[in-house]
Design a protein around this ligand. Sequence first.
Ligand code: ADP
Ligand code: ZN
Length: 229
Amino acid sequence: MSDAIYIRRLKYGDTMNIIFFGPPGAGKGTQADLVSKKLEIPTISTGAIIRNALKNRTKMGLEAKKYTESGALVPDDIVIGIIEERLSDSDCKNGFILDGFPRTVPQAEALERMGIRIDVVLSIELSDEVIVERMSGRRVCPSCAASYHIKYNPPTDGKKCDKCGAELTIRKDDDPAVVKSRLDVYHNETEPLEDYYRKKGILKTVQSQDKVEDTTALTFAALGIEVAV
Ligand code: ADP
Ligand code: ZN
């Protein structure tokens, strides 16, 4: 067993099941990846799973495409199925981070019915204006799914992925008109979950900062993770 795991277990108990919550563009994925590395638990992103299915032209991917490209949510039964299957994998037994799920109250209820315990829901907050600005600058790696921003988190050479060298692309659903409809969907269907989890007493909020590392500091503090290495 590595030291890192030993220290974490002493501090946090055996597992930590976390939900990252917040509007599109708040930086959930970026923060989830950092926490994932620090705690050595997997991040499960329904958005990434769906994009991957689309890339591989699976039946689920082609079905989901109809919704994602217009900024709509993929039907609950599809994403609930994805999550149920993924959470049964053995790498989730020491904890996990959910990024982009649940996104509706029925999805949260389904998670409860599966008997999945959630320890903390971390909500990253951000205004609609800033979201629009951020999404217009977002670039993603089509190969390894790493995410960048031309202003806030640029790749070293400007155009290529730092992790795998692939040419970065703009996601179709980051188009301004699609962003607008994703925000509407967020306010109508996803935001009610904040109250759902607040009532359960497990909601923590942080304000998204301009610099990734500043948001990370707040995120780690909210989760009780020590930043010093
Ligand atoms: P972001 O966090 O930037 O909004 P994601 O990568 O999480 O985007 O998701 C991209 C798209 O995938 C969403 O706009 C939606 O169509 C679909 N999707 C992802 N997760 C869910 C979910 N839990 N329920 C329904 N649709 C989802
Ligand atoms: Zn890459």
